[in-house]
Ligand binder design. Sequence first.
Ligand code: THU
Length: 151
Amino acid sequence: MRAYQWDELTEEQREVVSIAKEQIHHSYCPYSHFHVGAAAKLANGVIIPGCNQENAAYPSGLCAERTALFAAGAQYPEQPVEMLAIACYTGGHFTGEPGSPCGACRQVMLETEHRYGGKMQVLLYGEKETYVFDSASDLLPLIFVSENLKG
Ligand code: THU
């Protein structure tokens, strides 16, 4: 992982992060008031947005990352996801430090990478700096994937 200032990111990274940032306006988070935006860039160049979707039955909601990755899988099942950006917003501003994806989202990121057989870059935006992980596997050691089911 490396931390970058905004102007150190590539134009492509800035575009994907900007879409994740815009998505906080679509978050449905009346319970936590914690807005999370996400954007997944596919190998064909399409960028799929996502944001957290909460529910009065709390566990029924879904995080921004999984909303974006599952929407990508539903619309473009053959397209590898090459980049995933996340931005968190609360109390009227984006968080200074980058948000940290929950364990369930990390597991889904890993399955996405595993499914397409290539690396997915993960960008965690913060007002102070953006963390760039070259692979989702850098966010979760000792992964559980399909091979593990075979025993
Ligand atoms: N949330 C995400 O969207 N992504 C994460 O990785 C962490 C948490 C959402 C879920 C819930 O709507 C709100 O943030 C507070 O937990």
